[in-house]
Design a binder for this molecule. Structure first.
Ligand SMILES: C[S@@+](CC[C@H](N)C(=O)[O-])C[C@H]1O[C@@H](n2cnc3c(N)ncnc32)[C@H](O)[C@@H]1O
Length: 250
């Protein structure tokens, strides 16, 4: 039986995203913002099946994080799997809901195929400039990750601002609770395309950065995580951010 936790504006599920998504009602969320396992890090199956800490952490980095699950699919199965969960997200999203999905340079073309196969209308990509990357002699640094931006049906503007095309936010290692934690400030910027007070779905919660940004910007959050350790970490983190922001816990 999957665990479930609910407080004012936050619903968290511990379990497999695909299974949990099928239990959520049709047209019940206003936006999807998520950061799935990339299953990236190399072009051979052996390279992809390496421990994520070897694939995504610079050599010499000492900090240990709980294991990140589900990151060893080969290319075809990764695309099929993404199409399945993106299709469930499409069913659960309201008409006009924006979709934002993190990816890296290797998986960007495959993710754009899966997003469209699942029914979303692709609107573009938002590069995230991480401000640092491993230097590579004679080559360009892979200093950006990407947020694939799409919509269910017709796009609805929720701000009169003209938003930037690139966001630069460093990863602050002292704030990391997950091997691939995303900066909360970046997520807060991305939430500009969602309605104020939106219900935001994140099927791959990890250490809870999307949830924290939702609480801080007054949005509701639905998070799903397979790892019991990350589920517990996120739950504690979001309860403490809620307490700091003065939300009422039921
Ligand atoms: C890239 S991380 C998310 C990191 C998060 N954005 C953060 O800032 O902390 C992806 C997460 O998805 C989880 N995961 C992998 N397969 C899953 C599945 N089938 N269902 C739900 N969660 C899954 C992993 O354990 C991992 O924590």
């Amino acid at each position: 039986m999957d665990s479930r936790f609910q407080t004012d504006g936050i619903s968290l599920y511990q379990g497999d995203a695909l299974r949990v998504l099928t239990t959520l009602p049709v047209a019940s969320v206003d936006a999807v913002l998520t950061d799935p396992p990339y299953s990236s890090g190399g072009i051979t199956l052996g390279a992809r099946q390496a421990d994520p800490s070897q694939k995504y952490q610079s050599s010499g980095t000492k900090r240990q994080y709980p294991p990140m699950l589900g990151d060893a699919k080969d290319q075809r199965s990764w695309i099929m799997w993404c199409t399945l969960w993106l299709g469930e997200c499409w069913r659960v999203a309201r008409d006009g809901a924006p979709l934002m999905v993190f990816t890296d340079w290797r998986q960007l073309p495959s993710l754009s195929d899966a997003v469209q196969a699942a029914g979303w209308k692709w609107l573009g990509i938002v590069p995230w400039d991480k401000r640092s990357a491993r230097p590579q002699i004679g080559k360009f640094r892979q200093q950006c990750e990407y947020v694939l931006f799409a919509v269910k049906g017709r796009f609805i503007a929720h701000t009169r601002a003209c938003l930037p095309g690139v966001y630069a936010h460093p990863v602050i290692s002292s704030q990391k609770v997950h091997l691939t934690s995303k900066p909360v400030a970046l997520i807060e910027d991305l939430l500009a395309v969602t309605p104020p007070g939106a219900i935001v779905l994140d099927p791959f919660m990890g250490g809870g950065s999307v949830g924290e940004a939702c609480v801080r910007t007054g949005r509701s959050y639905v998070g799903i995580e397979l790892s019991q350790e990350y589920y517990d970490i996120s739950r504690k983190r979001l309860e403490s951010v809620q307490a700091e922001c003065g939300s009422v816990v039921e």
